[in-house]
Design a protein around this ligand. Sequence first.
Ligand code: AMP
Ligand code: ZN
Length: 462
Amino acid sequence: MLKIYNSMTQAKEIFHPLQPPNKVSIYVCGPTVYDFCHIGNGRTYAAFDVIIRYLQWRGFEVTYVRNITDIDDKIIKRAQENKEPFEAVVERFTQAMHEDFTQLGLLSPHHEPRATDYVPQIIQFIETLIHHHCAYVASNGDVYYDVRQFKKYGCLSHHNIDQLESGARIEINDVKRDPLDFVLWKLAKPGEPRWESPWGAGRPGWHIECSAMSTALLGDHFDLHGGGKDLIFPHHENEIAQSEAISQKKFVNIWMHAGYLQIEKEKMSKSLGNFFTIRDLLKNNKPEVLRYFMTSSHYRSPVQYSEHALIQAHNALQRFYNTLRDLPEANPLTHSEFEKKFVAAMDDDFNTPIAFSVLFDLAHEVQRLRDNELSLAAQHGALLKLLGGVLGILQDYPENFLQGEDSTLPAAKIEALITARNQARTNKQWAEADRIRDELLMLSVVLEDSTSGTKWKRISKK
Ligand code: AMP
Ligand code: ZN
């Protein structure tokens, strides 16, 4: 029985797909492509990647939509600063996002709609909202949503309009009927990108994009909708107000929100400037290490970034790959207690910390068995790899992970030093052999001697 925490009801709910027995639709709000993604963004998308992988492995047929916000004030500002068309900014950072996400092993969404491809649908939504008296054309020509007309406004963030007004940083603007009213259509200023509409040439607001694109691709009522916690208010609150005012029915069954990636207890964000981009960290860290770091805490909990946390992630993966190293091919163990515990953890609102602890128990069992019951050890190892795959890790060759590529110290150089050391040992030049071992250790390479020869692996340099 799969249970998922719903931010709307603030409780874990048994998941019943809207299209039984096994079809699931999920919409995750995608990035605004005006800059490189930072690892806070990465955390949210990696969390949903694990969720989707698990749903698929559990037999659900998932339709995954993740949009691209390709028109927005920040994009326009960036294009103006760079003196380039907004499309150039969008293309550059969309491509960079795809490269980063591929590196992190994130599954591609089945649909990746771009807001600018849905302008006709967006216009139709706004017309319907005006027709229902939920939206109005303000004195400056922009179209706003009238939040006071939506009785449930605040249902997701669990505050009424008055509380929201006093608590939120909202743009005060005297053309709005209420400070919480939000823009649906914004008239273009000279030089800005524009699309024709009944209210004049302009561009859509951010919130209406997601209502229009999710409905176009998944219908007006679908299973799961997610993003980071910062999207609860106002973005998702506004999506509900728009979509439900139009359809007059429940928009989403379960709202899911990922906790923040923090740095020194503060949310990592572009506006605070306290961010690391995914691509910067990939220069010195294996993608799998970043992925492990981002997904091994529970998706709703905050996760603290530090170099130390990355070292711990690296060490954890190294333990797994050490366990898998040199195991013979085998089929994964079936009907095991390990797998049952893994499923129980993941069925409980995708509890990855417990799921990872099951993987550690499995690794431990492999090590216990490998001396005397190698084929059983290999079956446990194969299960470890299989369950690791459900979380998107452990699919590399152990040698690749443990020895990797490092242009400053290529594998050939390490192997030449090992050959020299073995020669010294043969000649009983023990001091020289130890000196070479120490030299390699200084270069973050550890040797392990066994009857079958000397194995080596790189360890974290930090
Ligand atoms: P944006 O491009 O700002 O719309 O963000 C894209 C996604 O990243 C949204 O789902 C945000 O909620 C999420 N996000 C932004 N910052 C963080 C963070 N520090 N931790 C986790 N998720 C974040
Ligand atoms: Zn959205």
